[in-house]
Design a binder for this molecule. Sequence first.
Ligand code: GLU
Length: 554
Amino acid sequence: MTNKDLAEVIFPDITTTIEDYEKMYPPRNLPEGAKVTRFAPSPTGFMHIGNMMSALIDYVVAHSSNGIFYLRNEDTDQMRSVEGSVEFIHHVLEHYDIMPDEYEYDNKIIGKYGPYIQSERMPIYHTFIKHLIEIGRAYPCFLTKEELDEIREYQQKSKKRIGIYGRYAKSRNLTIEEAIAKIKNGEPYVIRFKSEGDFSKKIAFEDLTQGKLEFPENDLDVPIMKSENKLPTYHFAHVVDDHLMHTTHVVRGSEWVSSIPLHYELFQAFGFKMPKYIHTSLILKKDEETGNIRKISKRKDPEALMFYYEEKGYPQIAVIDAVLTIANSNFEVWREQNPDKPFYEFPFSPKKMSASGALFDLDKLDNISKNYISKMSAQDLYHEYLSWAKKYEENVYNIISNHESDTINFLNIERLVKKPRKDYENYSSIFPKSWYMYDEAWKDNITYNFPQDVVKEEVINIMNTYLNSYYDPKDNQDEWFNKIKDLASSMDYATDMKEYKQNSKNYQGSIADFTGYMRVVLTTQSMTPNLYDIMQILGKDRMLKRLEIFKENY
Ligand code: GLU
């Protein structure tokens, strides 16, 4: 009996060949130099910032070369699959407008190289596994869980390398007849790759990020097909898929670097050309408690998962820029020189990616984001803020949708100027800094944030006099300020700060104190955007109402 007979017993229904599939998926018709990348997450958890970095690099590398970026759902680990994670991946790609050129979702396949969901590619994998069995490079392994545990314990105790290789690969020694007899007898088995590697020899490998690497050859007989559902393992499936889908560049996390020798041998066993690899940096952060730099953690750090950025309401471009800033050391300079270019025109260079890890810092994101938000028009900002609130803060949504023009006018204060205000790092930070503009947000327990002690009657007097005898909604900012100065000096407040510094005892206070009182009565805050504009938005009646609230609450 031959290996062909064994392959026939294991896959009696498989009549296709590798050549058939190669004909079905011919090389892509792309211009010279075009790169084909794929984002290939496993739906075993929710999309995290490391995935985002890979997806962005995939997008940039493909789009800057007139290539193709596709999405592959690597769902072969069905035991660990997490409900909702596939939907979330799509949502994130859509939200950031980095949709792949080819993908499969919602019973729709876009692209000619699908299926793009691994569990739908079983006949393909089985064809390729059947071939490996026929050529003597894969075999059924009947080691039981107990036997495997025993081997591992022994290897751990005697400090040997862990895994099935050499004399531990017992099923290798079965004759074809014995193997077939066991299968016919119903004994469970996995299919293992039959390695021909020698651990004492070295392979050289060129990773585009990490440069020249050297590893011992693989000599492990890893499982390539599982027992119970006959699904392939990641190691095997990605080799087949990247070959048939004509991936030129694999962008993936650095946790896969140690699998390079195995993947190298798998590609070789088929005689396939290996794609190029860009292993992305580990994402690090400074631990708030210890101050130490450590790996970002999906369990401990909310910012590790992509939910965080949407819930907080960061503009998409700010998140993209923050991730690219840590992905490539020259991104920041490029962005300074090209503030208006789309991010995918950035000439990404794998060599400029840190091999030791990328330090992600939320303050940096906040700065990037403040900058973007400060440059948005008040209308655009309002609409982004509104759609964020609709999803995450119903109360805020109700208020700001009822006061569209006031909100836009408020957001517009000191906006269309050379150095616009940079108050907001995300949409969720707007309401806490603007609630006082909305009457319905004035609740009990008002705290008036006067910077110093004030005499209530004095403040009431100032406001009353101003509102009843000086205020005119038609005043422009200069007229408004002149009137305030007149009133201030008539009440013994210094209108010249220099003079006040020299002779402060001659005065009740300065013009800054004077406007400060007005500001606090009207907003409770000691610092706000330009008071004149706030007063323009509020109008006389609402200001009088706030004075009443002050009288009752201070
Ligand atoms: N499915 C693998 C993961 O989610 C992807 C690795 C790769 O991109 O090849 O980690």
